[in-house]
Design a protein around this ligand. Structure first.
Ligand code: SAH
Length: 359
């Protein structure tokens, strides 16, 4: 993964390099800190699974990827079976893509698979499961001559956010870019120079002192680029993540290591940094780019309408000794994660309503 070009030569550990960059050029925006930390984190390990730092839906159960494969194949079928490509953003270990591909094949859909992934470690894991995939560093190089059916699970939460912080009225009540400073070896957030008030949407401008507003310019840029492509070429995007309908006040930046939360400003590059996804802002970006946005809907409603109960029963009948485990997996996807995680769909105006998002 390419690390931040504004950092000094890659000598020493990431904290050393960030500390030197801050000593030389002054405190850096939270977005730059998060980008450098996550680039290092994902490039140097496979963070998923029981021994890793966190578990995702495709790692809990094969049913998750299979149902998303059926969602993709159903949409392709009702769009009159075009010569489409299937794309995943940030595919992790490649489990979702492998499970989806199997399910799509049973429905007669065998598209070429394109994976957008920057981590060499995770690309290697993906190649074990999808050896014939085509890899991309960014969405810019995806095919431009056919419809794209794009899936992103827990991808947007890993992209950098800016944090804007409000000062007390006594200090002018201004909004500031939140920066990361470094004292000895300790990284800590501070308020940078004041920003023009217009940067914050009117209803939020008078938030309480200390209020934090998060925005993710890279997420918006990726959704805009994909929505433009989808509107022009046909296709759809399904983004599943934890999030809210903003913009809204609230700090959601978090660090996870070994399934426990940590201080996001400590040990950069050694734990996963993520932030909740602002679905309303992404939906608006898609619509402004000429596509149609659907949802967000709860993960449990999406999986329910795609037939997770029937799939659980069918698998349990075939593997009676795994029936309890299958029910437990279903519970995790539907109850534990079911309302925390939500799904946003984006389609070309000429494409049908995606399964789960209709009336
Ligand atoms: N979708 C997988 C993995 C989620 S973790 C799952 O659900 O299990 C986030 C994934 O996004 C990882 O594969 C990580 O390497 C990738 N990623 C993070 N930032 C990225 C970026 N800027 N460009 C492309 N991939 C990125």
């Amino acid at each position: 993964m390419t690390e931040d070009a504004t950092l000094p030569a890659p000598e020493g550990t990431l904290p050393d390099r960030l500390a030197r960059a801050i000593a030389l050029g002054g405190p850096i925006p939270v977005s730059q800190f998060m980008a450098a930390a996550n680039a290092h984190y994902y490039a140097t390990r496979d963070p998923l699974g029981a021994q890793g730092d966190f578990v995702t839906a495709p790692e809990i159960s094969q049913m998750f990827g299979e149902l998303i494969g059926l969602w993709s194949a159903d949409l392709w079928d009702r769009a009159a079976r075009p010569d489409a490509a299937w794309v995943e953003l940030g595919p992790g270990r490649g489990s979702l893509a492998a499970d989806a591909r199997r399910a799509m094949a049973t429905a007669g859909f065998a598209p070429p698979i394109h994976l957008v992934e920057t981590s060499p470690a995770l690309r290697a894991a993906q190649a074990d499961r999808i050896p014939d995939a085509t890899w991309h560093d960014t969405v810019d190089t995806l095919p431009d001559d056919r419809p794209l059916i794009v899936v992103a699970n827990e991808f947007f939460d890993a992209l950098p956010i800016r944090q804007l912080v409000r000062r007390a009225a006594a200090d002018g009540g201004t909004w500031h870019e939140r920066l990361v400073a470094c004292q000895d070896t300790l990284f800590l957030p501070i308020a940078g120079k004041p920003l023009p008030p217009e940067i914050v949407a009117e209803p939020l401008r008078d938030a309480a002192p200390g209020a934090i507003l998060e925005v993710s310019p890279p997420s918006v840029a990726i959704v805009r680029a994909l929505a433009r492509r989808i509107a022009a070429q046909g296709g759809a995007l399904l983004a599943i993540d934890y999030g809210y309908e903003g913009p809204a006040i609230g700090e959601t930046l978090q660090a996870v290591r070994g399934h426990a939360v940590a201080n996001p400003f400590e040990n950069p590059g050694e734990h996963d940094l993520s932030a909740h996804v602002d679905f309303a802002t992404l939906a608006a970006a898609a619509q402004l780019s000429g596509a149609v946005a659907w949802g967000p809907i709860a993960q449990r409603d999406l999986l329910g309408s795609l037939g997770i109960d029937q799939r659980t029963s069918a698998l349990a009948r075939r593997n009676p000794d795994r029936a309890d485990a299958l029910l437990a997996d279903r519970r995790r996807l539907m109850d534990d994660m079911g309302t925390l995680f939500r799904a946003l769909a984006v389609t070309a105006p000429s494409w049908p309503t995606p399964a789960g998002f209709g009336e």
